[in-house]
Design a protein around this ligand. Structure first.
Ligand SMILES: [Zn+2]
Length: 467
């Protein structure tokens, strides 16, 4: 294991001028995506395996794509096909990859980013990218949240010693920064459109010193407790923490109920509009149709709000956890990820409540969001996050190792050792299966029965300890 962790972080900037030619460019890219996709699809149907990247590359080249474009597009198309096949192998329901809102992809040596310093932040000014050997400049807005470590001053790169070609690596002075085409700490960039606006996203790789410390932790993710974690700190002290989802869940429920009511009204108006159309009442038809659209918008707004609140809560939870880990000297974290692959989310929420409520909560639980957020927050602190399978971790007694029952809700019961919180047991087992941690029975029971518990205050937007 190295002493440094390399992590990728994305900067997203808003493009604020001349979007018309971007749309044209995007359409061109879409064409290449479709060409590559249909070729891969055909190839897979016949051969039951994926073509080499080289094959896809040449198909694109023959249809007129520049080499860099062909390279990036073939890479991206094959990546999503690999994901599709992987999921299919495990028997999960998936759909054949389709490319709808395709981005414009630029590889590393095809773009530059300019920024000025304002107080302690780098504010992006413009980007430049090369298109058919010409550099195009676009004004952008936004700050660079992630800048790789760079040497001060102007740094060039020389190519072909006989007839030298000079290319810019980077320029870093007091108040000015250029990430040049030869800056190897940045990666490929994408230009994409969302909600009618154009964005430029590029990632940089950061080297973060690995956190020193022998601490280790296990994390279990669930619908009842968003996160249950158990760990042993660098100094050998053990701890357990629960993050309750109760308040968030009821907020989600409230929003979903309101959304569904709006949705019902919207549909009533829709059918009325249809009736009016049949009877030729143009005026009323128009009115009903606009009402239909209005209520549909309202529906969407409630759902969006609920999602925003959940995202904010998850992010602030993960920040808390990462800070906590760092303070305890935890350098490796194991996360159980099987929940992400559950075919039916309803199984997970099943423990929670009655059927109608379950129906409303169907989309509440977002394990991937939690894992990704936790990984992001931990990695920038130098903590390594490892995803592991968690099958069976909550059906083995943590103390004696026997198979145990889950009679109801969040409890597990062992005939010999007593009852424990199921999520904490899973977190402890995830840690135990992947490391050499051993706790004595007494300490373990104390750990599993006295977790520090956090609840979320939706209005104040923060997590507070309950005990
Ligand atoms: Zn037991």
């Amino acid at each position: 294991m190295g002493r440094e962790v390399e992590v990728l972080r994305s900067n997203i900037l808003r493009i604020i001028e001349d979007e018309s030619f971007l749309e044209e460019l995007r359409r061109e890219f879409k064409k290449y995506f479709d060409t590559a996709n249909s070729f891969v699809k055909q190839y897979y149907r016949v051969n039951r395996r994926l073509p080499m990247q080289m094959n896809v590359y040449w198909v694109l080249r023959k249809s007129g794509a520049p080499s860099t474009t062909a390279n990036e597009v073939s890479k991206k198309v094959l990546e999503s096909w690999k994901g599709y096949i992987e999921l299919k192998k495990y028997g999960y329901k998936t759909r054949v990859p389709e490319f709808k809102n395709t981005p414009i992809i630029l590889h590393n040596e095809q773009y530059r980013v300019y920024a000025v310093r304002e107080r302690d932040k780098w504010i992006a000014e413009k980007i430049e990218f090369s298109l058919n050997r010409k550099w195009v400049s676009l004004r952008v807005r936004g700050k660079l949240r992630w800048v790789p470590e760079l040497k001060e001053g102007l740094v060039f790169y020389m190519r072909r010693l006989k007839y030298p070609i000079i290319e810019l690596r980077h320029c870093l002075v007091d108040n000015y920064l250029i990430l040049g085409e030869k800056c190897f700490n940045k990666n490929r960039a994408e230009i994409f459109r969302r909600n009618g606006k154009w964005y430029f996203a590029f990632s940089v790789s950061l080297k973060i010193p690995r956190l020193k410390g022998k601490g280790i932790a296990g994390v279990d993710i669930g619908a009842r407790n968003l996160v249950a974690l158990c760990g042993v700190s660098d100094s050998g002290e053990s701890f357990s923490v629960l993050f309750k989802s109760g308040t968030l869940r009821s907020y989600w429920l409230k929003c979903e109920k309101l959304a569904r009511r709006r949705n019902r009204i919207a549909h009533q108006y829709f059918w009325e509009a249809v009736k009016c159309a049949e009877s030729g009442d143009k005026e009323r038809e128009k009115e009903c149709f606009s009402k239909y659209r209005l209520f549909l918008r309202k529906t969407g707004r409630f759902r969006k709000k609920a999602k925003e609140v959940r995202k904010k809560a998850v992010n602030s939870m993960c920040r808390l956890i990462a800070e906590f880990f760092a303070s305890k000297g935890i350098s490796i974290v194991y996360i159980g990820n099987s929940v992400c692959y559950c075919v039916s989310r309803e199984d997970l929420v099943k423990e929670i409540t009655s059927k109608p409520t379950r129906e409303l909560l169907r989309n509440f639980f977002a394990p991937r969001q939690i894992i990704d957020s936790l990984r992001r927050h931990c990695e920038v602190k130098g903590i390594q996050v490892i995803e592991v399978g968690e099958k069976g971790t909550s059906s083995i007694c943590p103390v004696c190792g026997q198979r145990i029952q889950r009679p109801y809700r969040g409890l597990v019961v062992c005939e010999k050792c007593g009852q424990f919180n199921a999520d904490l047991v899973a977190a402890y087992n995830i840690m135990k299966f992947n490391s050499s941690v051993e706790l004595n029975d007494k300490e373990l029971k104390r750990l599993l029965n006295n977790p520090k518990t956090y609840i979320y205050l939706v209005k104040e937007q923060k997590w507070i300890p309950k005990n």
